[in-house]
Design a protein around this ligand. Structure first.
Ligand code: IPM
Ligand code: MN
Length: 379
C-alpha cells in the first residue's frame, strides 16, 4: 500500500466534450484511490456556458473560492459560444489562470511507440520524440485590458471615421519572462538538458526583450544546452526534426499554436495533457490547474466519441505535481500505454485493424488496467 492520504480536488467539467472526458478521468482517479487507499474529495463547479447560463459569469467567485481551497483543479474544456457573445466561456480559463497565478503551462509530447503509424508524420521522424513545451500562460496577447477604452493594454474593436479598427496588446515584463525561462531550465536539468527559447525577435519588441532575458538566465545554467529559435522556424522544425527538442519555452500565443501542431506528433489533440503551475505550494505539492490541451469540440459532444486519454493523462499530471503521488501517476500512464498497445483506439485515431471504442469504454478499459497494475504493485 502507498501512503494513505486525503486530498481535495476541484472538478470543472465545462462545455462540449469536457463533461464526458472529465467523467472518465474521475473514474480512473477513483480506481487509483481504491487501489492505493487514498481518499479523493471531489468538489464540482460550473464553468463556461453552463456557468454563464446559471450564474451570469463564466466562473463565479464562489467556484473560484472552491478552487482556491483545493489541492488541485481538474478542468475539462470550455467554449462553443457565438463569436462576439457578451460573455465568453473562455473567460473562465483566463480568470483561473491569471487569478490563481498559474503562469507556467507544461505540455509534454511523447508519442506512444505503438501509435507512430497513427500520426500524419512518418514514423522514422517520430522515433525518440520526447519534448515538453513550457508555455507562458498569464501574459501577452491573452491579457489585453478587457474593458474597452481603458488605456495601457487595449484589446478592443473601435469605430473610426474610416471604419472599424481592432487592437490587442502584447506586453511582457522582464520579471514575467525570467520566471518562465527559469521553469524551463529547471525542468531541463531533470531531462536531457536542452532548452530552446522560441520568439519572433526579428519583428517584435516583446521578443527582443524575451531573447535578452532568456540569454541572461541561460548563464546561470552552464550545464544546459541553449538555443534561440524564431517561431516560424520552430513550427517547421517541429515536424522536420521533432526528436531534437527537449524543453521548448515560449510566450502565450506561440505556445498555444505550437502545441496544437505538436499534438499531431502524438497522433491526435485527444492525447495531450497539460499542467498549469504557479509557485504556491499545498501540503502535498505545487498547487495547479490541470487541463487537456484540446477544446470543447461541440461537433462531437454528447456522442460518446471523444478521446478521454488527454483528460486521463491530465489527471496523472495532477497526481504527480499537486498531490505528490508519483507512483500512482506512473500507474495511470502505464495503463494508458497498455491500452494503446492492446490496440484500443477512439474515433480520432481510427486505424486499420484497431478496435474503436467509445469515450466510456476507453475510460473503463484504462480504469481496469489501473486496477490490474496497482494490484500487481501492492502484493
Ligand atoms: C488551450 C486552449 C485555450 C487557449 C482556449 C480554449 C482559450 O486553446 O488551452 O490551448 O487558447 O489557451
Ligand atoms: Mn490551444
Amino acid at each position: 500500500m502507498g501512503t494513505q492520504g486525503t486530498y481535495s480536488i476541484a472538478v470543472l467539467p465545462g462545455d462540449g466534450i469536457g463533461p464526458e472526458v472529465t467523467e472518465q478521468a474521475v473514474h480512473v482517479l477513483q480506481a487509483i484511490a481504491q487501489q492505493y487507499g487514498h481518499s479523493f474529495h471531489f468538489q464540482y463547479g460550473l464553468v463556461g456556458l453552463a456557468a454563464i447560463e446559471a450564474e451570469g459569469k463564466a466562473i463565479s467567485d464562489e467556484t473560484l473560492a472552491v478552487c482556491q481551497g483545493s489541492d488541485a483543479i481538474l478542468f475539462g474544456a470550455v467554449g462553443g459560444a457565438q463569436p462576439g457573445a457578451a460573455v465568453k466561456p473562455e473567460e473562465a480559463l483566463f480568470r483561473l489562470r491569471k487569478g490563481l497565478q498559474f503562469f507556467a503551462n507544461l505540455r509534454p509530447v511523447r508519442p506512444s511507440p505503438a501509435m507512430l503509424d497513427a500520426s500524419s508524420i512518418k514514423p522514422e521522424i517520430l522515433q525518440g520524440v520526447d519534448l515538453i513545451v513550457v508555455r507562458e500562460l498569464t501574459g501577452g496577447l491573452y491579457y489585453g485590458h478587457l474593458e474597452p477604452g481603458v488605456p495601457g493594454k487595449p484589446s478592443e474593436i473601435r469605430e473610426t471615421p474610416q471604419g472599424y479598427e481592432a487592437i490587442d496588446t502584447l506586453l511582457y515584463t522582464e520579471a514575467e519572462i525570467e520566471r518562465i525561462v527559469r521553469v524551463a531550465f529547471d525542468l531541463a536539468r531533470e531531462r536531457r538538458k536542452k532548452v530552446t527559447s522560441v520568439d519572433k525577435a526579428n519583428v517584435l519588441s516583446s521578443s527582443v526583450l524575451w531573447r535578452r532575458v532568456a540569454e541572461r538566465v541561460s548563464k546561470d545554467y552552464p550545464d544546459v544546452a541553449f538555443e534561440h529559435l524564431l517561431v516560424d522556424a520552430c513550427a517547421m522544425h517541429l515536424i522536420r526534426r521533432p526528436a531534437s527538442f527537449d524543453v521548448i519555452v515560449t510566450e502565450n500565443l506561440f505556445g498555444d499554436i505550437l502545441t496544437d501542431e505538436a499534438s499531431m506528433l502524438a497522433g491526435s489533440m485527444g492525447m495531450l495533457p497539460s499542467a498549469s503551475l504557479g509557485t504556491r505550494r499545498t501540503e502535498h505539492g505545487i498547487f495547479g490547474l490541470y487541463e487537456p490541451i484540446h477544446g470543447s469540440a461541440p461537433d462531437i459532444a454528447g456522442q460518446n466519441k471523444a478521446n478521454p486519454i488527454a483528460a486521463i493523462l491530465t489527471a496523472a499530471m495532477l497526481l504527480r505535481h499537486s498531490l505528490g503521488l508519483k507512483e500512482e501517476a506512473a500507474t495511470i500512464e502505464a495503463a494508458v500505454e497498455q491500452c494503446i498497445q492492446a490496440g484500443y483506439r477512439t474515433e480520432d485515431l481510427r486505424e486499420e485493424g484497431k478496435e474503436i471504442l467509445g469515450t466510456k469504454e476507453m475510460g473503463q478499459r484504462i480504469a481496469e488496467k489501473v486496477v490490474a497494475l496497482a494490484g500487481s504493485h501492492t502484493v
